[in-house]
Design a protein. Structure first.
Lengths: 437, 783
């Protein structure tokens, strides 16, 4: 039996899966009717019972987050969806919204109803113009169908949904920076407390959820929390999208119960690029500590990955085979973090500036073995010292890469430069890839 | 949140925690970094500032924290975490993790810092330099390349930004937004290229911009006037007080080799907190202006002033004053001690109550109001902190008493203090205070005041000195205060006016608010001064004194620090026949006609005190010693000796001591007879006030400061603009039979029959040009 479990991606192969008609044909918006007939608190309880945890990286229990919204406070509540998917390797929300934008809308309406919000926002990454257009159309269609706006399905529930396009900053995926940006300010993380559930958008109680999290809600309502809770592992329940990229034969989205292993996914994906073998991979995007082939059987759920020393993150499985230079890969990621550091706090702003310089030198064979100790010490001074988690993400690949591939770093120093053929690792090269020069 | 802000009528919840093994109990809400300070434990910090909201940006203050045995997995920024019961904090002194974290942050901060301390103004008083030594590694491991920027760039005429030195703590931007309400600077770009920037179309023309220079923890922000002038260790600092307005700022004057190089805001939590305005900070070059009078002068038989020896000048002055009916004009800038000298001199030596400190538009209604409701009464800044409603009448705090503005803005920001202002239009300051603007036409304030309702004993009414220009307005205000129980304070513009009132430099009052026409009050003073009698008639006001000089009822004048153009455009015309003794710093229209000119010391050159608008004493010491320049009171005492009627005030200290010993009058105050309002009508009524930065003579010589003055404009209504066929920026001519002022116009929510122009700006001097200040009919045409 296949390990796959397509729920969100069940109909992606249908030509009109992204249309209102296509979504309806496959049973879309039925969960909404069911939810609107429930008490809002019952909806929250269902999500709690399902064991759904945030799919954006941190894995916080979604139902619990929703229950933090103070009720009866006579304040406007806001429901915000984080669609600012920007981390290197992470590519689940973009295809999901391309193929099935209505499942997000349905999840938003249910979530907003549950937390008593009459305004919802989707903060979407500005670069994905095609997704933005498709999402905009879907929202329009939902309005036309009476699923958004006033008196939804005659229940008296009102919801306005706004699609807000970001201007291209990784930091705006951090929920409080996202809120600043949504309010029209420059995106920088806010001091917490107060947490968004107490004072978020415009200082009102606000939920910020990842796209995939919200999109998972309709299935929970439709099939019941028990159904969802029966999927996955003990503390990591449900199904999720694993995004496989890099040196594999069939890259793409693999929707499966939490707890599947990379070995299983690789089997489904036709394995590593022919003639090559796995060298290292990221379990959850570039900000999670690297894994190697020693971790092929690690269950890819929140606890399994954490116990093995990394984080499930966004389940962005970037696969690198033996043609890849670890120093080069880590330097590229670090350059990303330097470029995306918002500048608010010292360790991230100055630390990434410095790390890039050391890694560049190492890549070119300049420096000394002591520079590795310096790198690790700088990472120690960055990790857990910064304002938000972005800098931790910058330090993770460096620390883990030195942990697993210290010799390869040192080899750069002895050979006076990178020992790898940098073309060999490109996706386009399929033959005569020698690996080492 | 600092503890001093906790209002005393709330019972404080106390929290006990342990820091580095020491137990301490502090009020709930105290931040860990503040609690540590109380134990004398200095946690290094940059972005933290007790008066700004916590931001946690620099990460320098990381400490280890556990609460009830549960340890935070990573070190926490102590500037953002409030104390909790059972908290155990380990700073760099007891935690190797915290110590390493701090040293790591310090190393990062220096990565992109140019380390140009040897040529940096801040070197020697630099928190980055100091803390890099105390909490850093000493040597950096960074050997890469630093980011570079063009240095420095002007973010205003007076503030320069060296972006390379900036550590991006956001103190300046937070100050501008949170304290001054002028968010004209902000952080731009991101990562290491993040930088402080201005919006091109809105320069950093905040009245409070200098504070950003003072709180910058590195040398990134420097003042154009001080840059490269001195090293901190070459400066001699003297605590001082500000002479520019009645806000009462505590100050520090820094002098290098006898020359004042800079002035900084002092730290007084009850008054200016740690702030001051740019005028107080940067306007001090008047004291070294080229027209400064340094030697006495006596007018010779040729009609010209000639330099004279002190004995000759003093003797001439004494002789002239001895044989005449003399009056005294003090001006609003005298210190308490000097004003006391003038007050005593008038009574004891000249045997007259003809003395007035009001070198400006003034009325009898005002004089009686001051004697009845203001003298001896204290209303403090803390009343604003606790007010349920703040009412401003004839008072534009941002221009006329900037620290009052800051305090009101703080309360508006923190707890949405309700502010109502009776003003001709919605000013920038009123916008910031989110004030309800009750629109007045200059002169009709009284009827608007009577309509204010809902005040309680916690409400505060602040009236500006210029409210006296509106007949009946002070009477209406007093009635409003009495009927509602609201606190009432009078805010003069000049630093010396409140003190002059208290020492009796006015025709109705003796020192301590003693009415001149009260026999027992006079007996008090007779015994204190050792004289047999004191004049008992009400003395002349400033305008009556000038009138008396014109018509020969008075034939000599002792005058200190008065610009006649502040009173009226022709105040001194024809005064050539009077004998005038002028105590002055710089040449003026008065010294032009004076018979004897006696040089006096500027504020930085003498000791003394002012009473701010609250009635609070603001004492200061001499920062620059100039042997030949003395405080007025010393000169008056010598003249009195020469006239054989000693006042025995040989020093400032003696005057201060004698005045303090008198105490306040506890007898009946003179009853106040309300003045009824006279309705003003006309097609175009003039309104005006002085902008903070204008043509005031104490701002002379400081062009960088002058270049940040708000532009002089004539404010007109939309209706008038339409009728004149003009738009904002077009020139209008405001004129009467005396003269004309041409200014660009700004269209605002002013009444159709009202026009507002600055009172004393370089292109708009209402009294000198039009002969009126406000409430008079003028005409406005397209220029």
């Amino acid at each position: 039996m296949s390990k796959l479990m397509p729920v969100l991606s069940a109909h992606w192969d249908e030509k009109d899966s992204f249309t209102f008609a296509g979504y309806k044909r496959n049973g879309g918006y039925k969960a909404l009717e069911k939810a609107l007939a429930m008490e809002p608190d019952a909806v929250i309880q269902s999500v709690k019972d399902s064991g759904l945890r945030g799919r954006g990286g941190a894995g916080f229990p979604t139902g619990m987050k929703w229950s933090f919204i103070p009720q009866g406070d006579n304040k406007e509540h806001y429901f915000v969806v984080n669609a600012d998917e920007s981390e290197p390797g992470t590519c689940k929300d973009t295809p999901l919204l391309m193929a099935n934008p209505h499942v997000l809308i349905e999840g938003i309406i249910i979530g907003s109803y549950a937390i008593r919000a009459n305004y919802a926002f989707i903060y979407i990454r500005g670069e994905v113009a095609h997704v933005i257009r498709r999402m905009q159309q879907a929202i329009e269609d939902a309005y036309k169908a009476g699923l958004l706006g006033k008196n939804i399905l005659g229940t008296g529930f009102d919801l306005e949904l706004v699609l807000h396009v970001g201007a291209g900053a990784y930091i705006c995926g951090e929920e409080t920076a996202l809120l600043d940006s949504l309010e029209g300010f420059r995106g920088q993380p806010r001091l917490r407390p107060p947490f968004p559930a107490i004072a978020g958008l415009y200082a009102r109680p606000t939920i910020v959820n990842n796209v995939e999290t919200v999109a998972s809600v309709p299935s929970i309502i439709e099939h019941g929390p028990e159904w969802f809770a029966a999927i996955g592992t003990e503390k990591s329940k449900g199904y999720t999208l694993y995004s496989l990229s890099g040196h594999v034969n069939n890259a793409g989205q693999f929707e499966a119960p939490l707890g599947i292993t990379l070995r299983e996914i690789l089997e489904l994906a036709g394995g590593i690029r022919d003639g090559h073998k796995l060298k290292f991979w990221t379990p959850g995007g570039s900000s999670t500590p690297l894994f190697t082939d020693a971790h092929l059987d690690t269950p890819l759920d929140y606890e399994g990955v954490s116990n093995a020393g990394s984080m499930l993150g966004t389940k962005a499985l970037q696969i690198f085979d033996e043609t890849t230079c670890i120093v080069r890969a880590v330097l590229r990621w670090t350059e990303f973090y330097k470029h995306e550091s918002c500048g608010k706090c010292t360790p991230c702003r100055e630390g990434t500036w410095w790390l890039v310089q050391i890694l560049k030198d190492l890549e070119h064979g300049k420096g000394t073995p002591e520079d590795l100790d310096k790198l690790l010490d700088l990472c120690d001074n960055i990790m857990g010292r910064s304002f938000c988690a972005l800098a931790d993400g910058a330090a993770s690949p460096i620390i883990s890469s030195i942990q697993y591939f210290k010799d390869e770093y040192l080899q750069h120093l002895t050979t006076g430069g990178c020992p790898f053929d940098d073309e060999a690792s490109t996706k386009f090269v399929t033959s005569n890839v020698g690996g080492v020069k | 949140m600092s503890t001093q802000e906790v209002s005393s009528d709330v019972t404080l919840e106390l929290i006990t925690l342990t820091i580095d093994g020491f137990e301490i109990t502090v009020p709930k809400g105290t931040l860990v970094i503040r609690a540590a300070e109380k134990l004398g434990i200095q946690i290094p910090r940059f972005c933290d500032h007790p008066l700004l909201d916590p931001v946690g940006a620099c990460r320098q203050c990381l400490v280890d924290i556990e609460i009830n045995g549960r340890k935070f997995p990573k070190p926490q920024a102590s500037c953002t975490i409030p104390v909790e019961t059972g908290m155990v904090v380990n700073t760099q002194l007891t935690s190797s993790v915290a110590d390493k974290a701090q040293k790591g942050i310090m190393e990062f901060l220096l990565v992109n810092h140019p380390l140009d301390c040897p040529v940096c103004d801040k070197g020697g008083e630099c928190p980055l330099q100091n803390q890099a030594m105390s909490n850093g590694n000493g040597e950096s491991r960074f050997d890469g390349y630093k980011r570079t920027f063009e240095k420095p760039i002007n973010i205003s005429a007076q503030v320069l930004l060296d972006r390379e030195r900036c550590i991006l703590c956001a103190r300046c931007t937070r100050f501008s937004e949170e304290i001054a309400g002028d968010p004209f600077i902000t952080l731009n770009e991101r990562g290491a290229l993040q930088q402080v920037g201005i919006y091109e179309e809105k320069p950093f023309d905040s009245y409070f911009s200098g504070n950003t220079v003072q709180i910058c923890p590195v040398g990134a922000l420097t003042g154009a006037s001080y840059r490269f002038r001195a090293r901190p260790f070459d400066l001699v600092s003297t605590p001082s007080a500000c002479e520019h307005c009645a806000s009462g700022c505590d100050m520090r004057t820094d002098v290098r080799r006898g020359k004042t190089l800079r002035r900084l805001a002092g730290d007084d939590a009850q008054v200016n907190e740690e702030w001051n305005c740019d005028k107080g900070r940067w306007a001090f070059k008047y004291a070294t202006a080229s027209d400064r009078i340094k030697t006495p002068m006596v007018r010779g038989s040729d009609g010209q002033l000639h330099e004279a020896s002190w004995p000759e000048a003093l003797a001439t002055a004494a002789a002239g004053l001895s044989v005449s009916r003399a009056a005294v004009l003090v001006g609003g800038r005298a210190t308490v001690e000097d004003a006391y000298g003038y007050s005593k001199f008038a009574r004891v030596v000249l045997n007259t109550n003809d003395i007035d400190f009001r070198a400006r538009v003034h009325t009898d209604e005002e004089r009686d109001f001051l004697g009845s409701a203001i003298v001896g009464v204290q209303v403090n800044y803390s009343a604003i902190d606790r007010a349920d409603h703040l009412v401003l009448i004839g008072f534009e705090p941002e221009d006329e008493s900037p620290i009052v503005f800051l305090r009101a803005f703080k309360q508006v920001r923190k707890r949405r203090l309700k502010v109502t202002t009776i003003a001709p239009f919605t000013s920038r300051g009123s916008n910031k205070l989110n004030a309800e603007v009750v629109k007045s036409v200059a002169g009709n304030e009284a009827q608007l005041i009577a309509k204010i309702s809902g005040l309680t004993s916690k409400s505060v009414i602040l009236v500006g000195e210029r409210l006296c220009e509106s007949s009946g307005a002070l009477s209406a205000t007093l009635a409003l205060s009495q009927s509602s129980g609201a606190k009432l304070a009078w805010i003069p513009r000049r630093a010396g006016e409140r003190g002059a009132l208290e020492v009796g430099a006015i025709g109705t009052l003796l020192p301590g608010g003693r009415p001149v026409n009260n026999a027992s009050a006079r007996v008090d003073m007779q015994s204190a001064w050792g004289v047999k009698s004191l004049p008992e008639n009400i003395g002349r006001t400033t305008s009556e004194i000038i009138e008396g000089l014109h018509n020969g009822d008075i034939d000599s004048l002792l005058v200190g620090g008065v610009d006649p153009l502040d009173i009226s455009s022709d105040a001194i015309a024809g005064l050539e026949k009077a004998f005038v003794v002028s105590l002055e710093m710089r040449h003026s229209a008065i010294t032009e006609i004076a018979n004897v000119v006696l040089p006096i010391a500027a504020v930085v050159e003498k000791s003394g005190s002012f009473l701010d608008w609250e009635g609070r004493a603001r004492a200061f010491e001499s920062a620059v010693d100039v042997p030949d320049l003395r405080s007025d009171v010393r000169i008056l005492s010598i003249i009195a000796d020469q006239m054989g009627k000693p006042i025995n005030l040989p020093t400032v200290a003696a005057a201060a001591k004698e005045f303090l010993a008198l105490g306040n009058w506890d007898g009946a105050r003179a009853p106040f007879t309300p003045t009824s309002a006279t309705l003003i009508s006309g097609d175009t009524i003039l309104a005006s006030w002085r902008l903070l930065l204008d043509a005031g003579s104490l701002q002379d010589g400081e062009t960088n400061l002058a270049n940040t003055a708000h532009p002089s404009v004539a404010v007109i209504s939309t209706d008038r603009a339409e009728k004149l066929g003009i738009k904002t920026g077009d020139s209008v001519r405001v004129f009467n039979e005396r003269g004309a002022i041409t200014l660009p116009c700004e269209i605002k929510d002013i009444e159709n029959n009202s026009v507002w122009i600055p009172r004393n700006s370089h292109t708009s001097k209402t009294i000198a040009t039009l002969g009126v200040a406000s409430g008079a009919s003028v005409s406005v045409v397209k220029a």
